[in-house]
Design a binder for this molecule. Structure first.
Ligand code: MSP
Length: 611
């Protein structure tokens, strides 16, 4: 968590008006005296601490994905951020003791996690795509937004809030926010003339464009625009933004993206227009219904309006009270400027806290080009899930692409990685150990895992690796966390190969006890792997856990703490050994010909998802 976190300056009844402040100017330590505590994380701690229930509530951890444009259904690039966010949410969250027990059962830490995603539905680009599809904008948004929800279900994504920027509660929050910024003197009217990229929904600086005024991201020419608009006085916040980044370098991560943001700010900030006279599909500007609010000035507010519960009074303060500021915004690097420059300035202007961290990840590329709807070089996540299952898709992208950097997709690599890691290292280890246990111990554990590990270095090694994985998850090093869990699997394989319990069972006598203990060691290791990998591969982890003789309900209440050695007890009966992850078989030439003659067409056999 960020060191000098921002401080909410929004009005709060127990704080004198004169004491309102912004924390980027004056950060406060986490332990606050009641008189000054109002506003941290959008709550009045002074009053909250008088209630024993609220006092012991875990700190909220709000994390967000971008709100996806509904110009077209999701592709693998949009799925990537959401998979990463889901893994982080599963790691960070856990059952909240009272409030959200059911909602957060499968999550691993003592935090009240709120995972927000949603769709960005206003603006010129969406209106144009609706028209092209022959639907009215609302119908179009409904259809595409629901295709996101379907994909998230297919990918085992468990979000807590799904905000649509066409929701009424969102509009109410945007209006209130706009009015606050206006009252603060940060909105003025002026003419603007410039080059606009509709795909980015952004006026571009000529310097950053390619030949023929083409946008470098979408490779399409920008269009000349001249409009009478309302402007946000971003330039007023130059100094405060510089100060924010100096005091809290974790505000932008990874650290190499911080330099980029600092560069933008240093080169001078220009006010930007926050309304459109030419766009009808949007939220009307308060007091000037001839204009609509610029789609970014609208969509960013979705991170706050999402916090409102359905049916409750839609007010900005109410939303803030539910957990603002966010701990983490996960975004792609192309929208860093909006999140790391425009957004904090907007929040400061409205007297609200800025988020702890904006993490800008890299792009999934195809032949080196950003995969995207505009370039039409996308990969269909739905197809991947149908062919290989959600665990394989989640694991591959989080393991293979270092979080922060770009990564290119190759089907061959996908199959090799998933087979080697999930089917062989993890799946086979469990399967052969359970096979040995069935044959030699009637599938019953002869020892507790603590007793089985007595005096063994093996346990220490596993525990060290688990600590590393925890640290890596905490630091968003998702690929490293996968690698570490796999290392645990490798240690298990090495151990069983070296100890060869199958021959110890054959030898009889004292060797049998040693062999029975070794099987417990490996199965305890599998139990730990199941928990440690569950943020990444939740279904696979559940299958491993149930093979170890636990129930689905027991799996659902696990926390990270349960990775501690000692979960297996003597007498526990394991389930029938069944492969938990089927290898992806590549078809031979003949198979391919046979299946194409039979009209199947596909090149690969499917991996079974649920065994
Ligand atoms: N609607 C805005 C976000 C508003 S947030 C208040 C938007 N939408 S988007 O649908 O175009 O992009 C959403 C996210 O998907 C961005 O973070 C973008 O970087 C990400 N990706 C789109 N294509 C991508 C790849 N090929 N690879 C990785 N992420 C990419 O921008």
């Amino acid at each position: 968590m960020a060191a000098g976190r921002a401080f909410l300056g929004a009005p709060c009844s127990s704080l004198a008006a004169g004491a309102r402040r912004l924390a980027f100017a004056s950060p406060l330590p986490r332990t606050l005296t009641p008189a000054l505590s109002c506003g941290v994380r959008g709550r009045c701690i002074a009053s909250a601490s008088s209630s024993p229930d609220a006092a012991s509530s875990p700190e909220p951890y709000v994390l967000t994905t971008p709100l996806y444009y509904v110009n077209a259904p999701p592709h693998m690039g949009s799925a990537y951020t959401t998979i990463a966010a889901d893994a982080i949410a599963r790691f960070q969250a856990s059952l909240h003791p009272r409030l959200q027990r059911l909602q957060f059962l499968t999550r691993l830490q003592e935090k009240n996690v709120i995972f927000i995603t949603g769709t960005d539905e206003h603006g010129e680009k969406i209106a144009a795509s609706a028209e092209a599809s022959g639907r009215n904008p609302k119908e179009h948004c409904d259809a595409i937004s629901s295709s996101y929800k379907t994909l998230w279900a297919d990918l085992d994504i468990e979000y807590d809030k799904f905000i649509r920027t066409t929701d009424h509660k969102h509009e109410a929050v945007v209006n209130e926010f706009y009015s606050r910024v206006l009252d603060n003197g940060d909105i003025y009217r002026a003419d603007y003339e410039g080059l606009y990229c509709v795909s980015c929904e952004e006026y571009k600086d000529e310097k950053e464009l390619l030949e023929n005024n083409c946008c470098p991201v979408h490779l399409k020419p920008c269009v000349e625009r001249k409009e009478d608009n309302y402007f946000f006085a971003l330039s007023k916040y130059q100094h405060k933004l510089e100060e924010l980044l100096t005091r809290n370098p974790d505000f932008v991560r990874p650290s190499y993206r911080l330099n980029e943001v600092q560069g933008w700010i240093k080169s001078g900030l220009r006010d930007f227009s926050i309304s459109r006279a030419s766009v009808e599909w949007g939220i009307p500007v308060p007091n000037d219904t001839k204009q609509t609010i610029y789609v970014w000035f609208d969509a960013l507010l979705g991170y706050i309006s999402a916090l409102l519960d359905d049916g409750e009074q839609a007010s900005l303060q109410q939303a803030v009270d539910h957990g603002w500021p966010a701990s983490l915004h996960l975004i792609g690097k192309d929208i860093l400027r909006f999140h790391a420059v425009y957004w904090p300035a907007m929040l400061m202007s409205a007297g609200l806290s800025v988020p702890d961290t904006v993490f800008g990840h890299g792009f999934l590329t195809k032949d080196g080009m950003k995969m995207g709807k505009s370039l039409g070089n996308t990969l269909e996540p739905k197809d991947l899930v149908e062919r290989f299952g959600a665990d394989a898709v989640r694991y591959f992208f989080l393991r293979e692409v270092e979080f922060g950097n770009d990564g290119d997709y190759s089907e061959e690599r996908f199959i090799n990685i998933v087979n080697a890691h999930l089917a062989n290292t993890i799946g086979n280890l469990l399967n052969r150990t359970l096979g040995l246990l069935k044959k030699n111990c009637k599938s019953k554990l002869a020892f507790d895992s603590i007793a089985a590990a007595d005096g063994s270095l093996f346990r220490d090694n596993i525990e060290n690796l688990v600590d590393n994985a925890k640290h890596q998850y905490e630091n968003l090093l998702l690929s490293s966390a996968c690698e570490t869990v796999l290392e645990i699997g490798n240690l298990g394989n090495l151990y069983i190969d070296e100890q060869a319990p199958w021959s110890c069972f054959k030898q009889g006598g004292e060797s049998v006890e040693k062999a029975a203990k070794d099987l417990v060691l490996i199965l305890e290791t599998m139990r730990i792997i199941a928990i440690a990998l569950s943020p990444i591969t939740p279904s696979l982890s559940l299958r491993i856990y149930t093979q170890l003789g636990f129930t689905k309900d027991q799996f659902r209440v696990l926390r990270w703490e349960d990775t501690k050695w000692g979960g297996l007890i003597a007498g526990q009966v394991m389930s029938e050994p069944k492969p938990v992850f089927a290898r992806i078989e590549t078809e031979t030439e003949e198979d391919a010909q046979a299946s194409s003659k039979a009209g199947k067409g596909g090149k690969r056999k499917h991996a079974t998802k649920d065994l």
